[in-house]
Design a protein around this ligand. Structure first.
Ligand code: NI
Ligand code: MN
Length: 226
């Protein structure tokens, strides 16, 4: 599996021949100005919740890539009204078959209003199971005991966890989250984009290392192979 980071919580995972793009937020992010959204190809776009820093480019990228968008019922309804046609609604606890395996929507502790104030349903994370291994994207969330359910069901090759604190868990709780979900390799996201989520990256890396875990912080535009 290959993960490419596009800044904030936007990343692409290529696994077993399927390209999955998560939480597209590129053009409003000054840190991601080196990323050309037109260069991104995807088969599926997965959206964790309704906040603008997770779906600002969803309508455009859905049209440009032709990807099917997976999200909760309310966000899918809202995207449909914005002209997105290739949509699939799901909700917590449900799984959807993918060409590379399946994706399960799991709990997140956060909020989810859409940019125009519409009801964005409830925030979520995703676990993707593929022929090349499984991974968990937590979305925006606090540390929650629900993450232990993931370790019961899946053997994760890696997890993508928010580490920026303030709006989500910070690095110390992300270390505990990695323990809960059973991931030894973690990709940190949702940090440094805005002043309230500025962190000291070296301290975060050390916190994971001290727990026997590896925190990967790829450069924007950079990739990690798992
Ligand atoms: Ni959020
Ligand atoms: Mn966010």
């Amino acid at each position: 599996m290959k993960l490419t980071y596009f800044g904030h919580s936007c990343f692409l995972v290529e696994a077993a021949g399927t390209r999955l793009l998560f939480d597209p937020f590129i053009t409003p992010n000054p840190l991601a100005k080196g990323v050309d959204p037109a260069s991104i190809a995807a088969d599926f776009i997965l959206i964790s919740h309704g906040h603008v820093d997770h779906l600002a480019d969803a309508v455009d990228l859905a049209a440009k890539t032709g990807a099917k968008v997976l999200s909760n019922w309310e966000i899918v309804e809202w995207l449909g009204k914005k002209g997105v046609a290739n949509l699939h609604p799901m909700n917590h606890g449900g799984s959807v078959r993918l060409p590379c395996g399946r994706v399960k929507m799991v709990a997140a502790v956060h909020s989810s209003a859409l940019p125009d104030g519409s009801n964005g349903g409830n925030p979520a994370g995703f676990v993707v199971e593929t022929g090349e291994g499984s991974f968990y994207y937590a979305g925006d969330t606090a540390l929650t005991l629900d993450m232990k359910l993931i370790a019961d069901e899946f053997r994760l090759r890696f997890a993508v966890l928010p580490i920026g604190d303030n709006f989500t868990m910070g690095a110390a709780d992300a270390v505990r989250a990695a323990g809960f979900c059973g991931a030894t390799d973690v990709v940190g996201v949702h940090y440094n984009t805005f002043p309230p989520i500025q962190i000291d990256s070296a301290t975060a890396v050390d916190a994971f290392r001290n727990a026997g875990l590896t925190l990967h912080l790829p450069a924007i535009g950079g990739s990690v192979e798992f």
